[in-house]
Design a protein around this ligand. Structure first.
Ligand code: GDP
Length: 213
């Protein structure tokens, strides 16, 4: 597993508090409660890495995780976190978006920061968008796809909670989603379930491929 051994670096309230903009990183985005924390934990094989919660919208931070040096790629720089050697390859957990109970002012702040992050971050290699397979893409998801389209940034869509559907229904939902992507968008999509472990290996490879490019 190329994402094994990820570790927490810091939580930021603003883009300028994130780790130095060097190396490569992949951002995880999704509406609150889509299953983003569960997906991060499943992908890194670390149950307590990202905090999962039944109360949506509580974690309003950008969280940076460092990956250990990848065996086949020499790290361009290396840093030490809590005495451990880590690479300058990161996963960034963006704040969950779209939860109505989060005060408007805070939602506006995060909208702005996410926008700033996506436009300014040079080490950003791609976005993993997490969406519930049972729901069509919502306004926030469309906004992320539009941004990726506009900036030529690749996007990998995880259609999660696939365990809630039959295999056939999940395949149909995936096909419909792929069809709805605009031409020219560098997007891939897959079926995923943190609970059932569906698509975990495929997603790990997709994230590693984004980091390597
Ligand atoms: P986040 O707000 O996007 O980080 O979502 P969480 O990972 O905290 O998950 C939100 C809720 O969905 C929790 O109750 C999880 O247990 C549940 N959940 C997450 N992933 C899955 C999944 O693959 N299948 C099922 N059935 N439930 C899931």
């Amino acid at each position: 597993n190329p994402l094994q051994g990820a570790q927490f670096v810091l939580a930021a309230h603003r883009v300028d508090q994130l780790p130095a903009d060097e190396g490569a990183e992949v951002a995880f985005a999704g509406r609150s409660n889509a299953g983003k924390s569960s997906a991060l934990n499943a992908l890194t094989g670390h149950k307590g890495l990202a905090r999962t919660s039944k109360t949506p919208g509580r974690t309003q931070q950008m969280v940076a995780f460092s990956l250990p040096p990848l065996r086949d790629v020499p790290a361009r720089a290396s840093v030490t976190v809590d005495g451990q050697h880590v690479s300058d390859w990161r996963l960034i957990d963006l704040p969950g978006y779209g939860y109505a109970k989060v005060p408007l002012e805070m939602r506006e702040h995060w909208k702005q920061e996410i926008d700033r992050y996506l436009h300014q971050r040079r080490s950003l290699r791609g976005v993993v968008l997490i969406a519930d397979i049972r729901h069509p893409l919502k306004e926030f998801d469309r906004m992320m796809l539009d941004f990726c389209f506009a900036s030529g940034l690749p996007c990998h869509l995880l259609l999660t909670k696939a365990d809630k559907l039959s295999r056939n229904q999940a395949a149909q939902a995936l096909a419909a989603m792929r069809k709805s992507f605009p031409d020219g968008l560098h997007a891939t999509a897959q079926v995923f379930s943190s609970t059932a472990g569906t698509g975990v290996d495929e997603a790990r490879q997709a994230v590693a491929a984004l980091l390597r490019q």
